[in-house]
Design a protein around this ligand. Structure first.
Ligand SMILES: *Cc1c(COP(=O)(O)O)cnc(C)c1O
Length: 368
């Protein structure tokens, strides 16, 4: 039996930065700014700079940041937003929360991302926005989507929850549309020690309104300009994220190193491996391989104490919660096939070469 390899190991990431994190949390305890406050404000500045953006606004989750993005664009009941069926469900929550309707378009077989070539025919007079996802950290093909948005007068919101620092044509994602949403869920490339998210924009008026909406619709205490939310980022999360952001570039290059090693070790297996499109530099949130015998391979990995995951086993158009949208099996064949064939292998900055070799060796045994 080979050495066990965990699918994700958050403890391995915490150990080397434990001292820095403890000191940062201690400072928050001293200043007692538990909701927003100076640690969040400083992180927001740093994260905006990291994204090459004017504004980053800290939220209590990526889901709430995306929800507020929809409100900022005045998307509401009877409106439609075009998005991908192959993503984490929270992408669609943002659309549903404002009473709008998610309209799904099938994905590109190579990148798993929304296929720009199929977007145009899903546009109706009710369409307000397009919300692509940079799935697994691989940016979508943004230029054709932006071109459609310009021509058809639509907004573009990036769901960048998995793509901190990923680059599209050499520029970090997050400012291509008017607004983007990031998640700092612990397992994301930049993870808090609890929940967290951010809304990123270059538009100062939208940023101001986002700050108000996350805090009870108020910029002056006890004066409420519109119905808002309690979507504030916690001070301790801002402190932790501030520490971790300093390590993110190094962690992303470690993820890329691991992806390349997998690629070399698995190139001659029957697996379909992830590939970067010519426009893309992936942040490799996940390393997702494909094979028709996915379920057997998953069992084989688990039998050999190798962790793995499914992202995602059920596309959104076939989820029970969205049955009322009226989609059926066969509507998005590329997404449905991806859901049957995808398998996520362990990938995190602390994964050693030896561990990657172990995972690859166990996979190679499956095919022999
Ligand atoms: C994680 C994630 C979200 C939601 O973020 P939370 O911080 O968990 O609310 C949204 N979209 C995608 C694609 C995600 O992976």
């Amino acid at each position: 039996m080979s050495e066990a390899v965990a699918y994700l190991d958050l403890a391995a990431q915490m150990r080397p930065i434990r001292g820095e994190v403890d000191a940062a949390i201690a400072r928050t305890l001293e200043n007692c700014s538990f909701c927003l406050g100076p640690d969040v404000a400083e992180f927001e500045k740093d994260f905006a700079r990291f994204c090459g953006a004017q504004h980053a606004i800290g939220f209590n989750s990526g889901t709430s940041a995306l929800h507020v993005a929809m409100i900022l664009l005045n998307v509401g009941p009877d409106d439609e937003v075009i998005t991908t069926p192959f993503t984490f469900v929270a992408t669609s929550w943002a659309i549903s929360y404002v009473g709008a309707k998610p309209v799904y378009v099938d994905i590109d077989d190579a990148t798993f991302n929304l296929d720009p070539a199929q977007v145009e025919r899903a546009i109706t007079p009710r369409t307000r926005a397009i919300m692509p996802v940079h799935l697994y950290g691989h940016p979508c093909d943004l230029d054709p989507l932006l071109e459609i948005c310009r021509r058809r007068n639509l907004k573009l919101v990036e769901d960048a929850a998995q793509a901190h620092g990923a680059c599209y044509r050499g520029k970090v994602v997050g400012t291509f549309g008017g607004i983007s949403g990031f998640s700092f869920y612990p397992g994301k490339n930049l993870g808090a020690y609890g929940e967290g998210g951010a809304l990123v924009t270059n538009d100062s008026a939208l940023a101001l309104r986002a700050r108000s909406l996350r805090e009870h619709g108020s910029t002056v205490r006890y004066h409420h300009d519109e119905i808002g939310f309690n979507y504030r980022m916690e001070g301790i999360q801002g402190a932790v994220l501030g520490v971790k952001l300093k390590h993110l570039a190094k962690w992303t290059s470690e993820r890329r190193r691991i992806a390349h090693r997998y690629h070399e070790l698995l190139a001659d297996t029957p697996l379909q491996l992830p590939r970067e499109a010519d426009y893309a530099q992936s942040a490799y949130h996940l390393y997702v391989v494909r094979h028709a015998r996915r379920d057997e391979l998953k069992q084989h990995l688990e039998d050999n104490t190798i962790g793995c995951g499914l992202h995602y086993p059920v596309p959104l158009h076939l989820q029970k919660c969205y049955a009322s949208l009226g989609y059926q099996v066969g509507d998005f064949p590329v997404a449905e096939k991806a859901a049957r064939e995808c398998l996520s292998l362990p990938i995190y900055p602390e994964l050693t070469d030896a561990q990657v070799d172990t995972v690859a060796a166990v996979i190679r045994r499956f095919f022999h």
